[in-house]
Design a protein around this ligand. Sequence first.
Ligand code: PEP
Ligand code: MG
Length: 566
Amino acid sequence: MSPSSPIVPVSGTGVVPGVAYAEVVWIRPRPELPKGGKSIPEESREAEYERFQAAAATVAERLEARAASAEGAASEVLTATAGMVRDRGWQKAVRKNVRGGHSAEYSVVTATDKFVSMFEAAGGVMAERTMDLKDIRDRVIAELRGEPEPGLPDVQGEAILFADDLSPADTAALDTSRIVGLVTELGGPTSHTAIIARQLNVPCIVAAGAALREIEAGTQALVDGALGTVTLQADPDDARRQVEESRARAEAIARWEGPAQTKDGHRVQLLANVQDGNAARIAAGSQAEGIGLFRTELCFLSATEEPSVEEQAAVYQKVLGAFPESKVVVRSLDAGSDKPIAYANMAEEENPALGVRGLRIARDNEALLTRQLDAIALAARNLGRGEDAPTWVMAPMVATAREAQWFASLCEERGLIAGAMIEVPAAALMADKIMPHLHFVSIGTNDLTQYTMAADRMSPQLAYLTDPWQPAVLRLIKHTCAEGKRTKTAVGVCGEAAADPLLACVLTGLGVDSLSAASTAVAGVGAQLAEVDMETCIRAAEAAVDASGAQAARDAVREIIVGPAS
Ligand code: PEP
Ligand code: MG
């Protein structure tokens, strides 16, 4: 076996949890658009328009037939799209162009362009409809040319659908007995694709990025909608077992209500990772008990100037306000490396991941940090948050006890509860010296893994190393938890490891008090914890820490928690 398998070449935003394992099919390409030029003689123009009308009617009837066999939002989307094909204004614009001597195909393009410009000028919801307009344009052009309908391919057996983005009509027409997973290069958690995928309950990842295009149709892929990962070269038996487990888990998850505890009543606080007010509202609708990681830097990625204290406070208030009676952990600006912030980061560096990022920025610019802390304190005050709704603040990239002490003193001056991320191996190893300055720590397994394994977390080739199941990482977590217990410092985990239900059991067994993950993963973790007792979590933790590698740790823990592989 290659030391580098399995490969996780793509990750995106998981919007519907669940595991799918099948061949990749790509959405059928859009037709090439015709070039201009007057080509239809006067006497043929009426027949040319009739040719358009027949094609438009066929496309509309096809969409209406699909609408009739779909339900809910899917049916509404298909009906609305069919309505656009039959729209009189659009058809009139096509007729005008055909009468001017253009081909039906080209007339469809120019008529659509006119409406797209109008919709874009109107902005808002109208601007979002331009994708539907281009979709009907492409369908009618393909019909006029006698080409297969663009969009969903014919699928034999089960398949995972890959697309740059899906039109609402494509998403709504998905046959979920065949399309068992969905991955798009573009889109976002609130896009049409995500909304309908949720309704259809198909494991779905959006915003997977350009790397998705490297994966060819026919490739066998394992998609995890909770972790947001696409894995190639997965062991087929292991992959199928994951799919079966995911189905059983889906049923348990649907029943799970929270709060999280093991079968024998050991409580673990389950929290959500968010990046803005919208994500916080979504989290509030999940079973998350609060927010365990608010990545503040993601609010300011496009800001060229530092927002004022009041502007920042307004942004933070949206997040804090989503959990008016619960704990929210705000992380101070983690700018740098893969998240450069124009107003915070300085000159280019040879090795930005090892450079002036996170808390280190504030060494030469303390006021940047104190203004942010002022804004967090102001937001908490404006909302009247007190002991019942604690506002905790933590610093990223802490490496020494001195840094922890400095950050804690700045927080204390503002009445904020101070903590630090444990994501630099030095911080884990020095936990006994760091913790006495702090109220809590939160282990960032993404960076802790990157720095422990000396492997860039962005590198698809090194994904086998940047795996939080690596026992070296688990040993550092074990040490941190032991020091947390000894010094009575709360220990949480807020990296992606917390979203993996089996790894969550290991982390619980190691002694973490809270787990913070994407909202979509919270119920999956809670339902898994409910099925195991603490003694099993401890056994799983011991096995994982003692394993020789990441896959061996996974296998050992799976055997303890799920049972032997069949
Ligand atoms: C981490 O490193 O695990 C973490 C939670 O922080 P980020 O992913 O934002 O670097
Ligand atoms: Mg980090």
